[in-house]
Design a protein around this ligand. Structure first.
Ligand code: GLA
Length: 381
């Protein structure tokens, strides 16, 4: 907090009243299932957005970020709309959402400092939205005015309406609800959660960053979402969550579902089943099976959902050939971003070296790899 305090004073010429933090995430399994009413199993990671804040006398919100050149200013007294600079749209959306719930107050100065790489698939935008929400609520003296799942929905809506990214509920949920040493099993239909212990000291979770930037506003994500909705409509259900493997096999054999819609549905139905199986495997410490499910998830995302890329595939295939690796897969929306590898602690260094060498040989640039544990969700600093 001291460094953040100092930067706040440098930028705004007065002391901060307090600080909050919101972590990024990796998803262990359950990819592209959240907007299909399915299950996800993410953990919060050690990279986070920190925000120092102080209330203002007027109704303006001034935002600065240590990672961005430009300052953003908007007025809470008027209608809040998306605008320039674009990086502040998550925050604008969150402020609009809170006012929509009749939670609001005077203006606020906020300084952000983030260690979550932007567009790196570790949920930098949800961390930004959640940090904004907590900073505004803390400045308005109403930190408990909005519950965790309502706050997650509000952050999701901010991304939809202010950033044009039709994301699911997973990222803000884990940023808010994450617990140290636990993965979060989230039922994205009911909002019910279960904390699943994920802290075996014999294991390490490695995160490999392809440095291929992705943007959820690019279109590929929205297209997948529409194809899933179309598949559900063809099958006469509310969401692909309601489809089982037999129904899907029948729809494939009588050709009522074909082409991309069939492929997307096959991924989602399989992935939901894999996620629930993975939870059972974790609970009994069956990492071999858990790892197989991770590889299966990657295959399905690559072949049926078609959201992987050459860099992610190479990391996963190289990891598969390494001793001490249980499983590996891409994590997050895909089209770049990061892969995760579940490995035995004693083999982590060798695995890191092997993957980095293969990556550099093929793509000519390096691939940062770091280890993470399951960290605590958002809160005050
Ligand atoms: C992105 C979205 C999430 C989720 C994942 C894919 O991270 O923000 O809501 O859909 O992609 O699982």
């Amino acid at each position: 907090m001291n460094k953040l305090q100092r930067h706040f004073r440098e930028h705004f010429g007065r002391p901060a009243a307090g600080g909050v933090r919101a972590p990024g995430r990796v998803n262990l399994i359950g990819e592209h299932t959240d907007y299909n009413d399915g299950f996800v199993l993410p953990i919060a990671i050690g990279l986070e957005v920190r925000a120092a804040y102080a209330p203002r006398e007027d109704s303006r919100v001034r935002l600065r970020s240590r990672q961005m050149e430009s300052e953003a200013v908007f007025d809470l007294a008027g209608t809040i709309r998306p605008g320039e600079p674009a990086w502040a749209n998550y925050s604008r959306g969150v402020a609009a959402g809170l006012f929509g719930l009749d939670v609001g107050g005077a203006g606020v100065d906020i300084l952000f400092d983030s260690t979550v790489p932007i567009g790196g698939g570790l949920s930098s935008s949800a961390a930004m939205s959640v940090a904004t929400a907590l900073a505004l609520l803390a400045a308005w003296d109403g930190p408990d005015a909005v519950g965790g799942s309502e706050l997650a929905r509000l952050c999701q809506q901010a991304e939809h309406e202010f950033a044009g990214a039709p994301v699911g509920i997973m990222d803000p949920s884990i940023s808010i609800l994450g617990q140290a040493g636990h993965a979060l099993l989230l039922d994205c239909r009911t909002g019910l959660t279960q904390q699943i212990p994920f802290a075996d000291p014999r294991l390490t979770l490695l995160v490999a960053d392809t440095r291929v930037k992705h943007a959820l506003t690019d279109g590929g994500y929205a297209v997948r979402r529409k194809q899933c909705e179309a598949a559900a409509a063809t099958l006469g259900v509310a969401a692909l969550r309601d489809v089982d493997e037999d129904t899907l096999a029948l729809a494939a054999s009588d050709a009522s579902l074909t082409g991309p819609e069939l492929m997307r549905a096959r991924h989602v139905v399989g992935e939901i089943a894999r996620t629930l199986e993975a939870v059972e495997a974790l609970q009994v410490g069956d990492y071999v099976h858990f790892g197989e499910l991770m590889f299966g998830s990657h295959r399905s995302l690559r072949d049926d959902y078609q959201v992987s890329c050459a860099e992610l595939d190479l990391i996963v295939e190289t990891a598969r050939s390494c001793r001490g690796v249980y499983g590996a897969r891409m994590t997050g929306g895909g089209f770049g971003g990061c892969a995760i590898l579940l490995a035995e602690v004693g083999h982590a260094q060798a695995v890191t070296r092997t993957v980095q060498q293969a990556f550099a040989t093929t793509f000519g640039h390096d691939c940062p790899i770091f280890a993470t544990t399951a960290c605590k969700g958002a809160g005050r600093l």
